[in-house]
Design a protein around this ligand. Structure first.
Ligand code: D41
Length: 689
């Protein structure tokens, strides 16, 4: 039956039902007011479903019954953003906010106090793009790297505060809306509550829950999650007039049926944005969603266009980030963890406390000097700090609240794992278990190090699996890993045929490595990835390094007497020589490189990477720089040779500009790398002859 044959009263009733359901949805999910009882709503929905079932020709993708579609098989297709999704520069202080306003005003040739800003809280969710053609939602995509994201249309369609069809008049032929998808506190509590009852996945915080929910291949799962959406920008508009200001565009979006942040405010000048950030800091705890700062945008679209952007972030907007969150809790106990080379690290066991969105139960106390510096005792009230994804720290003890029954933190005399003697070497902060590779804790740590990303990078060999392998004595030394068979692995807990054979394949792949990675992987004390890279290029072969005398080692730039001694001692221990030999016998190999005394192209230079790199990972960039002889530092100083700034670069970029250090973007960086690497290979080829 075609829609022509359907009685007019049915067509009218369907249209009327959809209008009433859409309105009810909008009132509830966008305006947060419910004016229709659940029963009535359900009745409307059921009636519409019945009619659509009877007259399938009436079904359209925009019908409120069509929010949940079929699961996707495989992965999300990728989509190219026709207008790049920019990132935001950060400001961490009032001074940085003032500096931002001043820079913009100078460029615009206007008075800083006259600039108008549109301000809103910065939601800790996920940025998405929504595309509407002729008023209908046709695509939803993640931000991805800003130019390519994932097509999550089916999932965004389940979010009730995202209209499937634009409302109001003068609906544009093309509209791209960007905004943040998130889960509010009340929704989060509800979903975790349900998950606990049903033995489902319990999430650590709303952000993880939102990210996990958005990346479901089955939209019916996404549909069960309380995702919400706040619009924050119009990125494309055709077939309708642009307004003059960002805030007027946000008002248009509300007419189309979107939610924008109710805290949105228009302010003047630096003092206006500083006040707003201050106010948001105070409001933060009473909002129903997590925010990590505020976003401040110049309101005039003409001024935005005039300012443009640098290294993928607009000059007309900035994100103010709140300072790290702090909470008070009780230090219940201290345990000593045994590291790779036996170092004992005191770890604080805390009364669980929520800090910046996650429950914190452990914090490192680093070493006994730190324990003494903090003057911390078991039973103390302590202040715990966590900034974003940073490891929690104990900042200080609240001495005024010290109870009477606190206990001293004492270093044990025997290793808590293997019972060996603990030794505290003179001139060293750390105390060490003397058990060596006899100590399972040290064995586990060295295997973890060996398998880690910057070492042999063995995919699928995680901490838990290593624990089991060591506990069952299936693996004692790294070479044992390469002898593991699929059958024995498949019998382990949480393993199956598939994961076992994947691991064996990963081990096989790891057999072919580089000398630098190998030197790093074998775990010589104080030989990090950078030192390992230097040693590899200086000595060219493992044999040369193993037989190097102290003087030779010390003559390598950046290698001091202590590290030289560690390397020298390492290769004079029979056990270590045996391990290296056993690994080579198991087929671990690398291409020999030509030893060079010639200065590397970037020798003596210090580089800093900041912001997001999009063509490569930060680790890759670091490795390539180090291979060219450069040091890669974490902060900018007068000695910095060059800063590579990607989008999101904040204070380091500002510092570089202040110190007049050269700043290049990723594209330039890639060109230079290619040039230097060309230089390096031509040289070694020449020396091959
Ligand atoms: O609430 C947010 N997380 C938020 C993010 C926001 N309120 N506004 C934003 N505005 C922009 C520009 C200025 C580029 C339109 C943003 C973001 N960007 C953003 N989110 C993730 C990367 C960039």
């Amino acid at each position: 039956m075609s829609s022509h044959d359907i009685p007019a009263d049915i067509t009218n009733e369907v249209a009327d039902l959809r209008r009433r359901i859409d309105e009810a949805n909008h009132r509830y999910y966008v305006e947060n007011e419910s004016d229709i009882p659940d029963n009535d709503y359900d009745r409307l929905m059921r009636r519409l479903q019945a009619l659509e079932e009877q007259f399938p020709a009436l079904v359209t993708p925009e019908s409120p019954t069509q929010r949940v579609g079929a699961p996707l098989s495989g992965e999300f297709p990728s989509v190219t953003h026709s207008v790049r999704m920019l990132s935001l520069d950060n400001a961490f202080s009032d001074d940085e906010l003032s500096a931002f306003v001043k820079r913009a005003a100078t460029r615009l040739g206007s008075d800083p106090e006259s600039l108008t800003f549109c301000c809103e809280p910065k939601l800790d969710g996920l940025a998405v793009s929504l595309i509407y053609r002729d008023g209908k939602l046709v695509q939803g995509a993640t931000r991805g790297d800003g130019s390519t994201g994932e097509d999550i249309t089916r999932n965004v369609r389940t979010i009730r505060s995202i209209p499937l069809k634009l409302s109001g008049h003068d609906v544009p032929s093309l509209l791209e809306v960007r905004g943040e998808v998130f889960i509010g506190h009340s929704g989060f509590e509800g979903m975790n509550e349900r998950a606990r009852k049903e033995n489902g996945k319990v999430f650590a915080n709303p952000r993880n829950a939102a990210a996990g929910s958005l990346r479901q291949l089955d939209p019916s799962i996404t549909n069960d999650r309380p995702l919400e959406f706040f619009a924050y920008q119009v990125a494309q508009l055709e077939g309708a007039e642009w307004a003059d200001t960002h805030s007027a565009m946000m008002a248009r979006l509300r007419e189309f049926g979107f939610r924008s942040n109710p805290e949105l405010a228009i302010v003047q000048g630096a003092s206006g944005i500083i006040d707003f950030c201050q106010r948001m800091g105070e409001r933060r705890a009473s909002l129903d969603y997590d925010i990590d700062g505020a976003v401040l945008k110049i309101d005039s679209l003409a001024q935005q266009a005039e300012l443009g952007f640098v290294s993928r972030a607009p000059r007309w907007a900035i994100a103010f980030k709140f300072p790290a969150e702090e909470r008070i809790t009780t230090l219940n106990d201290v345990e000593f963890q045994v590291g790779r080379i036996g170092t004992l690290t005191p770890v604080a066991k805390l009364e669980p406390v929520q800090v910046a969105g996650v429950t914190v139960t452990n914090a490192t106390l680093h070493n006994m000097d730190e324990v003494a510096r903090l003057d911390v005792r078991i039973g103390d009230q302590v202040i715990v700090r966590r900034a974003g994804d940073v490891i929690p720290q104990i900042v200080k003890v609240v001495i005024e609240q010290r109870p009477d029954n606190t206990r001293d933190i004492v270093m044990p005399e025997r290793c808590p794992v293997c019972g060996s003697q603990i030794e505290r070497l003179e001139g060293e902060v750390a105390a060490r278990c003397s058990g060596g590779l006899f100590c399972p804790a040290q064995r586990k740590e060295s295997l973890q190090h060996f398998a880690s990303r910057k070492a042999l990078d063995i995919d699928g060999l995680g901490e838990k699996l290593i624990d089991v392998l060591v506990e069952r004595e299936m693996v004692k030394t790294p070479a044992d890993l390469f002898r593991l068979g699929v059958a024995e692995l498949a019998e382990l807990p949480r393993m199956a045929e598939k994961s076992a054979s994947n691991l064996v394949a990963a081990l096989d792949k790891a057999r072919s490595t580089t000398l630098a990675r190998f030197i790093y992987a074998i775990g010589i004390r104080e030989v990090g990835e950078a030192t390992a890279a230097v040693l590899a290029t200086r000595f060219g072969s493992l044999d040369a390094l193993m037989s190097a005398e102290l003087e030779q080692l010390m003559s390598v730039p950046d290698i001091g007497p202590i590290v030289a001694r560690h390397i020298h001692t390492f290769f004079r221990q029979q056990a270590n020589v045996d391990t290296v030999k056993a690994l080579q016998d198991e087929g671990v190999h690398w291409e020999e490189v030509e030893a060079t005394d010639r200065p590397q192209p970037l020798e003596g230079q210090t580089w800093v990477l900041t912001g997001t790199l999009e063509q490569m990972t930060r680790d890759d960039a670091k490795e390539r720089l180090q291979q060219l002889g450069a040091k890669v530092a974490g902060s900018v100083s007068k000695k910095t040779s060059c800063v590579v700034a990607g989008p999101g670069a904040g204070s380091k970029l500002a510092k570089a500009e202040q110190l007049e250090v050269e700043v290049i973007d990723e594209a330039t960086f890639l060109e230079r790398l290619a040039g230097y690497e060309g230089e390096a290979t031509t040289d070694s080829e020449a020396s091959d002859e």
